[in-house]
Write a protein that binds this ligand. Structure first.
Ligand SMILES: [Zn+2]
Length: 72
């Protein structure tokens, strides 16, 4: 296994040790429901939000605050 691949596999373990509870957080993308642009990358606690999240956020394409939904 190359050094690079080894480092890749070690990172999640390191994060788990350092952040504890935050290790449960999942990366999600929030997309504007009006123009479908993916404007935000964020994380969520899957235990607190098992379903798709929604949030009112600023969309620079719509030039206003719109509902953003979690997308894959
Ligand atoms: Zn938009």
């Amino acid at each position: 296994m190359s050094e690079k691949a080894l480092a890749f596999f070690c990172v999640p373990k390191l994060n788990f040790k350092l952040s504890g509870v935050n290790a449960l957080r999942t990366k999600i993308t929030l997309a504007c429901t009006d123009c479908k642009q993916r404007n935000y990358n964020t994380t969520k606690d899957k235990k607190a939000h098992p379903d798709r999240m929604e949030a009112k956020k600023y969309c620079r394409f719509c030039n206003s605050h719109t509902t953003h939904k979690e997308t894959k």
